[in-house]
Design a protein. Structure first.
Length: 179
């Protein structure tokens, strides 16, 4: 979905069109989930934050300015909700994953079986994971990522290229041939 199409659906949602919300959700859910997961690194928390982001979208749609960047607006809502939740959870008593993981079940980015995802989780820092996820999975352009993360375009490009180099080096080290 283009920015203009999403902007049009946001306008329709402001006017009370329920189908517009369904369209927005279906077109943005995959990329938004990957972005949230890159921030929190917890599958179940990412699911919760997806719900929170879409609830906040519905409750604050009146404040959306038509003609703005709807993707950036939605991703900012999700980012802020996720960072707030992470901050809140830091004040909670953590569980011992080794002891409690079997009882409660856990899911990490490594669990999808992909060596690329496992390496991304292991060797990249949060900013690098966000930039790679936004570009590769969500399809954002580097300029859009820079705007969303409030970083200079050069920094985003540099970080993206360095992250790919780190991942490639680690994959080669682990025995995966260069493609």
């Amino acid at each position: 979905m283009t920015k203009q199409e999403l902007d049009g659906k946001m306008l329709r949602l402001q006017q009370g069109d329920e189908q517009a919300f369904e369209d927005i959700y279906n077109e943005t859910k995959r990329g938004l989930f990957a972005f949230i997961l890159s921030i929190c690194r917890d599958y179940y928390m990412a699911e919760d934050m997806m719900q929170t982001a879409y609830i906040r979208l519905r409750t604050t749609i009146a404040s959306y300015k038509v003609g703005g960047n709807a993707y950036a607006w939605l991703y900012t809502i999700a980012k802020n909700a996720t960072l707030n939740e992470i901050s809140k959870r830091k004040r909670e008593t953590p569980l011992n994953v080794d002891e409690d993981g079997a009882r409660f079940g856990t899911y990490t980015l490594d669990d999808d079986g992909s060596p690329v995802t496992a390496v991304m989780n292991r060797v990249l820092n949060e900013t690098e994971r966000q930039i790679v996820t936004l570009h590769v999975i969500s399809g954002f352009r580097h300029r859009e990522i820079a705007e969303l993360l409030e970083k200079p375009l050069g920094t985003v490009l540099w970080t993206y290229n360095n992250a790919l180099a780190k991942m490639k080096k680690e994959l080669v080290k682990e025995g995966y041939d260069e493609a």
